[in-house]
Design a protein around this ligand. Structure first.
Ligand SMILES: Cc1cc2nc3c(=O)[nH]c(=O)nc-3n(C[C@H](O)[C@H](O)[C@H](O)COP(=O)(O)OP(=O)(O)OC[C@H]3O[C@@H](n4cnc5c(N)ncnc54)[C@H](O)[C@@H]3O)c2cc1C
Length: 390
């Protein structure tokens, strides 16, 4: 029998997991990953470390090159896939080469979402998604001696970038659009303690900050600051925009895959077209299940890879906890967290403002429905997660 040819587009968490799992399920298949990333596949969730320590880049690889060779997984980096031709069952690469497939796995992930902000095309304006992005910002900090960085967006990514840039000796100002930090994950008291903790480290937090324009020298010169819509001026010589991500769905749209906000898949990671699978940040499961998380991308990649190789696996949808490990603390929020007590809900709160620690347990009719933890609560977290399941 002829060997099956499994082609994977993208070398993020989902793509690499898919390749590994495909190999475990089919020792003969041709497995090849095409990726626009020039680097060996890396821990994307740790790329901000390069901002503090440029040497960290090489420590972020998922596996050495020989790991792929040993598994006969062919990795083709620095190669953009321009087109999927479903009828011809091939893909077209940027050099016009066409590559045939029997099973195709699309794991093209996300890219940074960029607000249409006037002046964001000036020198020293950055986004952060790839290792290349991190290296570029890290180089600019060091070679240009940047002193002050304004980070637009105080979510998971913005906070981690803030911490790493701060440790590189750059003054950091976090500009958060919402009236409080992590508005969707925390309550006002928890958010207040997080903000105080961040400020105690010497990082400035400006909430209710709606950016109007990046200003700089002349019409196009380097950044000198940001003007907010309420007229306030934030001085800085560098801007990092971190306001969320967009799925890389262009290829899939063009190929005729069914799309919602992302590529639609079922729990077997099947797209609307037979023999084409999708996994990770680029897809949404069933009715829109999507979280943009590493662990979910890996889990979905494994299912897609196994099924492309002939298995019959399913991805199990489970709402994950929101966890941020940064700035020498841990922020966790999970489950149902109503704003106020009543209608059967009651709260149990303990806090230590001096240590910026906070524990809020939410019960409905005596049963735990959710919790917020700030600080060192590793053991409690596991026990509470178990209670939520019971
Ligand atoms: C700074 C930072 C911190 C994060 N922190 C956390 C965290 O604490 N916890 C957590 O769970 N998650 C975190 N994340 C998110 C997590 O990293 C992503 O959810 C995960 O990496 C998504 O993996 P993926 O494989 O689906 O997509 P991606 O990692 O986006 O990979 C997509 C791949 O597809 C390639 N590609 C795209 N289009 C093409 C094309 N046309 N041709 C060829 N190749 C293409 C790209 O080059 C890339 O290799 C963080 C992310 C960042 C950037």
């Amino acid at each position: 029998m002829e060997k099956k040819k499994i082609v994977i587009i993208g070398s993020g968490a989902a793509g690499v997991a898919a390749a590994e799992e495909a190999r475990k399920n089919d020792s003969e298949a041709d497995i090849v990953i095409y990726s626009a990333d020039p680097d060996l596949p890396f821990y994307r969730l740790r790329v901000a470390e390069v901002l503090r320590d440029p040497e960290a880049a090489e420590k972020l690889y998922l596996h050495p090159a020989k790991w792929y060779e040993e598994r006969s997984i062919r990795l083709v980096p620095d190669t953009h896939v321009d087109k999927i031709d479903y009828d011809a069952k091939n893909i077209k690469l940027e050099n016009n080469e066409t590559v045939a497939w029997d099973r195709l796995i699309v794991t093209t992930g996300s890219r940074s979402f960029v607000l249409p902000l006037k002046g964001f095309d000036r020198d020293n304006c950055f986004t952060l998604w790839s290792l290349q992005d991190a290296k570029k910002l890290s180089r600019a900090i060091r070679e240009k001696g940047l002193k002050t960085c304004a980070i637009i967006g105080g979510g998971l990514l913005g906070l981690e970038a803030a911490w790493q840039i701060h440790q590189a000796g750059v003054q950091v100002k976090i500009l958060e659009f919402a009236p409080i930090l992590l508005q969707r994950q925390l309550d006002p008291r928890g958010s207040d303690l997080v903000q105080k903790h961040i400020e105690s480290l010497g990082i400035e937090v400006i909430t209710g900050a709606d950016s109007a324009e990046v200003i700089g020298e002349g019409e196009t010169g380097p950044v000198q600051g940001i003007i907010l819509k309420d007229g306030r001026r934030i001085d800085c010589d560098c801007v990092l925009m971190s306001v969320g991500v967009m799925a890389n769905t262009d290829l899939a749209v063009d190929a005729g895959l069914e799309i919602g906000r992302r590529i639609k898949v079922d729990e077997g990671m099947n797209t609307s077209l037979k023999d084409v699978y999708a996994a990770g940040d680029v897809c949404e499961v069933d009715d829109g299940f999507w979280f943009g998380l590493w662990s979910i991308s890996m889990a979905q990649g494994k299912v897609a890879g196994a099924n492309a190789a002939g298995a019959n696996k399913s991805f199990v949808k489970e709402t994950p906890p929101y966890i941020v490990n940064t700035m020498n603390t841990r922020i966790v929020s999970q489950g149902i967290l109503p704003q106020e007590e009543g209608e059967g809900y009651s709260f149990e709160i303990t806090e230590d403002p001096e240590r910026y620690s906070y524990k809020k347990l939410v019960y409905k009719d005596g049963k735990l429905t959710g919790f917020i933890l700030l600080g060192d609560y590793a053991k409690e977290m596991v026990a509470l997660q178990q209670q939520l399941k019971d």
